[in-house]
Design a protein around this ligand. Sequence first.
Ligand SMILES: Nc1ncnc2c1ncn2[C@@H]1O[C@H](COP(=O)(O)OP(=O)(O)OP(=O)(O)O)[C@@H](O)[C@H]1O
Length: 232
Amino acid sequence: MLNLKELRVARGEGDERHEVYLPELALISGQVAAIVGPSGCGKSTLLEAIGLLLAPSTLQSYSLGKAKTDVAALLHNRNENTLASIRSKDIGFLLQNGGLLPYLSVRDNITLPRRLLGLPASSERIQHACAKLRLDALLDKRPSALSIGERQRTAFVRAMAHEPQVLLADEPTAALDPYAGAQLFDLMVSLVKELDMAALVVSHDYTLVDQFKLPRLAASLTPEGCCFAFAQ
Ligand SMILES: Nc1ncnc2c1ncn2[C@@H]1O[C@H](COP(=O)(O)OP(=O)(O)OP(=O)(O)O)[C@@H](O)[C@H]1O
């Protein structure tokens, strides 16, 4: 579902430059893996590069989705239209701050990705996800009237609403209590299997990562910056 080799991506300049290196990543359909590591090591940077929100400095190969789209070639040729379509259709991104649109209701935030793609606004899966994450009573509210955890659950449903091939989630349970966090992980793992997709999730919640037996893409420090590889 996602195969990538030799990704390097950098943030900052000069002494502030921080490079992240991922020698290899292979995710099969139905798989959820966790990106783990200390604060500031580059987990979000890595996720943003994989999600095509940040341009890599080096990328040997990157194929995405069932069609094995050659993303590395698209990036190399700066094929912005196709890259934009992959971002909106094939990738579901849950940003660390939620990224909800303040002037839309919870319902409209959740259904926006589907409406932009010309799909019916709602689906049985969305209704099930809203019920499981206890969002039903909040659908007419604006994000400013929600707690941070409620915003985070809304952002998760929005990231999955258009049934992307790959879900990239940056700390989706950071603001949730243990029960709500486990509910969200449980929903994510079952949706990923049901929809034949793959997911990468940045998480500091090692209890959940272990409980759901997720493979860990773990950070180690190198002279250049930070290198990620699957923990043995
Ligand atoms: N916009 C930016 N410009 C320059 N440097 C940045 C920027 N965003 C992050 N950095 C730096 O890049 C490095 C990696 O940041 P990143 O947010 O990817 O880490 P992280 O592992 O996700 O951290 P956390 O767990 O605290 O969220 C850090 O040293 C950070 O200070």
